[in-house]
Ligand binder design. Structure first.
Ligand SMILES: Nc1ncnc2c1ncn2[C@@H]1O[C@H](COP(=O)(O)OP(=O)(O)OP(=O)(O)O)[C@@H](O)[C@H]1O
Length: 255
């Protein structure tokens, strides 16, 4: 298993957003985290990425506990994410937004970058080429010099994924990647994520509300409701499960 969530609880004041939840994600799996609004999905992402500390329980990534690690260190361990609300720098170019993902500072501090100027320049060139390559992969090659704000919603989501991939992750967390996309864009994105899993050697954990998309994309799903697991298994079986149906009140497109 590449990721193991071991009996994790997260409390905010008196409210438990996550209650004693456990699950494991296998290498190269596309694993869906689903459930109605407020079920605790984004909280789970925030725990995995170190934005929140679990109240109890443990997150284990490649046999190593992530508890207590700051988010930037977790990125360096090989976990990257996108956000439910797109977080691009709107007035910066598409290319610069992706370059941020490469985390220059992590490799070269300011002084180091002056002392090793030639090497730094070589590295910068290499990083730029890789950023262009990733953007091309997502069909964004012709937009690299556009400002992020001038792109469509669907294009911005692809740039966010490209930026996450720039950190060279083993595990990619996608928070509602298809939100705001039309059905054909959604289907295209699903195929692209499946292809990227192979080409970028990725394990993917995805939060999504669109069950058609989940069905197309995910090998396995975990359904949360009020912070508790109510189903784990194949997406096609989830939509037939009475407890899952009750949690959604029979409406899988309630968002
Ligand atoms: N920082 C916080 N402080 C207090 N309560 C929070 C915080 N973050 C989340 N919660 C609460 O935890 C619960 C789970 O929220 P969370 O955002 O994880 O749900 P979700 O499944 O991602 O929902 P959605 O589909 O609407 O994004 C909610 O009741 C929410 O109000």
């Amino acid at each position: 298993m590449i990721l193991k969530i071991d009996n994790v609880t997260k409390k905010f004041g008196g409210v438990s957003a996550i209650k004693e939840t456990s699950f494991s994600v296998a290498p190269k799996e596309i694993f869906g985290l689903i459930g109605p609004n407020g079920a605790g999905k984004t909280t789970m992402f925030n725990i995995i990425t170190g934005n929140y500390e679990p109240s109890s329980g443990e997150v284990i990534f490649r046999n190593e506990s992530l508890n207590g690690l700051k988010p930037h260190l977790i990125v360096r361990k090989g976990i990257a994410r996108t956000f439910q609300n797109i977080r691009l720098f709107s007035s910066m170019s598409v290319l610069d937004n992706v370059l941020i993902g490469f985390d220059f500072q992590a490799r070269y501090g300011f002084l180091e970058s002056i002392l090793r100027f030639p090497r730094f320049m070589g590295e910068e060139k290499r990083i730029k080429a890789r950023a262009m390559e990733i953007l091309d992969y997502f069909g964004m090659g012709e937009f690299v010099h556009e400002k992020a704000v001038d792109l469509s919603y669907g294009q911005q989501r692809k740039v966010e994924i490209a930026r996450a991939l720039a950190t060279n992750p083993d595990l990619l967390l996608l928070d509602e990647p298809a939100a705001g996309m039309n059905p054909s864009e959604t289907e295209e994105l699903g195929e692209l994520i499946k292809k990227a899993r192979v080409d970028f050697d990725l394990t993917v954990l995805v939060i999504e509300h669109d069950m058609k998309f989940v069905n197309q994309l995910c090998d396995k799903v975990l359904v949360l409701d009020y912070g508790k697991t109510i189903f784990e298994g194949k997406p096609a079986d989830a939509i037939l499960n009475p407890e899952v149906i009750a949690a959604y009140l029979g409406d899988f497109h309630n968002d």
